[in-house]
Unconditional design. Sequence first.
Length: 411
Amino acid sequence: MSTALAVYVHLPWCVRKCPYCDFNSHAAPERIPELTYVKALLADLDADLDLAAGRTVTSVFLGGGTPSLFGTEAIGTLLSGIAARLPFAPEIEITMEANPGTVEHGRFEGYAAAGVNRVSLGAQSFDAARLKVLGRIHGPEEIGIAVSELRAASIPNFNLDLMYALPGQTTAGALSDLAAGIALEPAHLSHYQLTLEPGTAFYHRPPVLPDDDQAFEMQQACQQMLAAAGYAQYEVSAYALPGRQCRHNLNYWRYGDYLGIGAGAHGKVTIGDRIIRTEKLRMPREFLQRAAQGAGSAGTRRPVPEAELPFEFMLNALRLSEGFTLADFERTAVHSSSSIEPTLNELAARGLLVEIGGRWRPTELGFRFLNDLHAAFLPSGKGVADSGELYTAAKRLGPQRDFRHIVTDVP
């Protein structure tokens, strides 16, 4: 078992809920209880320390919500508290999500002093009309201002989140957005398609989106632009300059271990020959009440049934352009590769997978139909259409934000 461990921290409040967002985010109260919540986060971590014995933290990801609503004192207290409980790797990656509309002058310098060395900016679009439709609180000019603040704080390692196939968007519009993003020279770009998720305002009052053919045309055109600009695609929706892949997210996709603390956070840890999943109380008020009562962990633990392990592994690993080896599967899924080899061979015969030099990866066709690849590894007798299991599993695994665009056809 690897001694590497990641930590995901959920900070659940936003200025307001975007109509496309189905994550565990909530409109912020007039005054966010920053230090009270940080205290609750550290108590939550204390309750999970038995899962982290002997492990070294290689990355921390502050997600949300909008973590940049929290002040520098709260973020500093949080990160120093985690470091006091778990050893940090010398070259640890500490990422913080930020909304360009909540960036205050000089605040990134305080975050950098607290230990943040990577930032993910939720730009989404550089078109003012598209941003308005998406319910974003920032305008195009604020994205550039936020990037300037990052550089002033000596944080050159930043990601831009951009979406395509937006309401009323054309291929030219998607390329214009991407060109504006590339001009800011981010180290990393997350470029994903807007989809309508159950439970969101857009799902109940859907806008008119580009059709599948138009969306695919946008995707192909944008991928060509990204490649020409030097951004290599290493995952379905992730592109990076050389050496700038997100280590935290790579750990998810390689089926690595991580603790999840905070309201609604999920975690996954290997203990001996078992994989344990954790899930914390979803609502911030209940999470805080639990912490105030000193009642220990604000969530539940469950071992992953052996029959589900192939599916869980593939749900992550098949997103990566590097693919995986059978040894990777046996080591991280704690499962014999003989159980998946017939399925791998069948998918290869269908042109969805290819094995080169001992590594299995999706073909170009396979990347277009990842749902079919994933569903092939569901436990026997369980189908996607009648249970929605693919969607449910996607939401509880991996990067909290990154599954929205691959699970589009599941009820």
